[in-house]
Design a protein around this ligand. Sequence first.
Ligand code: GLC
Length: 732
Amino acid sequence: MSNLYSPSIEAQATELLSKMTLNEKLGQLSQVSGRGAQIPSELADGIRQGRVSSVLNEVDLDIVNELQRIAVEESRLGIPLLIGRDVIHGFKTIFPIPLGQAATWSPDIVEKGARVAALESARVGVNWTFAPMIDIARDPRWGRIAESLGEDPFLCGQLGEAMVKGFQTDDLSSVGSIASCAKHFVGYGASESGRDYNTANIPENELRNVYLPPFHVAAKAGAASFMASFSDLNGVPASGNQWLMKQVLREEWQYQGFVVSDWDSIKDLQVHGLSASQKDSAYLAAKAGVDMEMVSTCYIDNLGELIASKQIDEIEVDTMVLNILKAKYALGLFVNPFTDPSSLPDALNSNHLEDAKEAAQKSCVLLQNNNHILPISKQATKRIAVLGPMANDGYEQLGTWIFDGEEKDSVTCLDGLRALAGDNIEIDFMPVLANSRDHDTQHFDKALDLTNSADIAILFLGEESILSGEAHSRSNIDLPGAQAKLIEHLYASSTPIVLVILAGRPLTIQPILNKVDSILYAWHPGTMGGPAIAELLFGDACPSGKLPVSFPRVVGQIPIYYAQKNTGRPAAEHSYVYMDDVPQRAAQTSLGMASTHLDTHFTPLYPFGFGMSYANFAYEQVEISSQSIKIGETFKVSLRLENHSNIDAEEVVQLYVRDLVGSVTRPVKQLKGFKRVHVKAHSQEHISFEMHTDDLAFYDIRNQLNVEAGDFMLGVGSDSSVELTLAFTLTN
Ligand code: GLC
């Protein structure tokens, strides 16, 4: 891997290390939590004594600059502080939740969002964000799927890299660049039953082919830090896992950045039962190579003793300290640790808001549009009923992990509709329910009256933001409260109904599909969700989002994802037998004998990559440059994308490949390329994917990265259900 830091940074850090006492070294391994609006004396004293390396959750600029001043002017060696914050999808200008940003399938849009977040957070002295979160997430019960970039290693890797670039730019020391943190290393998204913090048992081959790849991409992209996951990974929690942190991250990947624990995750090793004491926890985490301890104090309390008793060699601590010092040098903190806000753009400026609106607009996924109810005609519509608890809630539309975004800055969906509808359309608004979990149906009849008297009803339902995110997993992912009942109630009306869902995860909405005409999935769209959604509903913009995660029909299908293995008895339409169709007293072996559930069809409600448009696209002349390709060579896949509609629109073209035979079984298809393409009305675009056989490499039976000769199939289409029709062969 390319050297993350220049030789001069290495030299400066080494020189500084040589002057440090052991206590000062241990201080560099410690991150403490800020206290907001004041600096407690013990924090100031700790900094003076060189016992604090980083402060998280302090975003008052005057306090941050004072903390830095104490560090550089009142401590013996004047080592500046890393100021950390969870700037996950925006700081003051809030972008869609990462799962929504992933639905844009646009590295450019995602990079721009991270850039805006970096500029706005750097303005208050933040120089390190705990993002991107690149955990592969295939279980929508897991609350943190909201923070993820979805189920696919390739898409997640591409978008995670874009976030690293957006946060760091190509000069970490430049004003407005902040250090990124690839988290949570690794396998957190595989928490059993989707319960947060739960055990993750993932075979090494699956780790290497599915969960590790996005982190490897982030490491190669120069992510300044990694964060250890809370997870008990195959019996060894990540914060004490030498195989993961030493063999994979350092030896195989030659990663040069630093590793931070998650909050108390070193101390939690004792709770896991991996250690019998805080001292043991410190030993295991240090041996594993976790450099900095977030909040708990196992290191600073015990490493001195562990060195004195020669259980740990001081040189091991030196390596940990160096990893952290190099990041501080790379950030330019030794040159200037202070923040001058006038050197950075104002938060919430028009450019930032425009970027947030574009991200929100291109994150929305059109799931259904019966009878082309959408877009709404401004000319033909006189009255719109706007209903639902998510229609006018500037707080809930921001989503999870919002520490600094404010409701007052949001433009709600109702505001957006009113602004765009103008004077000739009357809008009747009613929340109907107090919030997404409300079970009170007393206003349902009034809602039905409003619907009956309108030309069209737009229903804004979903999940409050608190129902996803950390420690907020659900075992049932239906619409909460009485929302589904409200849809049933309004079904009595002949007025067309558009359902807009704001949620932090896929929801099991199969029961209501035939009760509404159109469905737009907006995730939690952030500050500018209102204008973005309104422009889509009125046709000022065309929906172009694509699902970054499969939607289950029922929660019992989970985990369900497109890149599944074929099994020895794959499900197939011709052999599928639905439970109610099973003959009385059917013989044991009379059914389909395939990998299915009796009571639910074996496909997802919506497949990975799915998303409708107002335009009508056709994929023509999909070709491959050669049917036989020598391993080590490049090849090209080309096609013509036609827009057979009278509107300009964007389409995310997706390329999937299947490796028919491998030394380990291979998924039935894998995303290997995608492009967001703009096609003018009644026009066409010629698209090509430049490929290399290395793109088809995988970790084989020996867990070695390898490209194996053999037969492949390939397809290009608008979602993962595309049929793979092009055969080609790799030869040695
Ligand atoms: C949390 C999260 C982690 C976050 C950290 C700091 O527990 O797991 O993602 O960055 O603590 O807030």
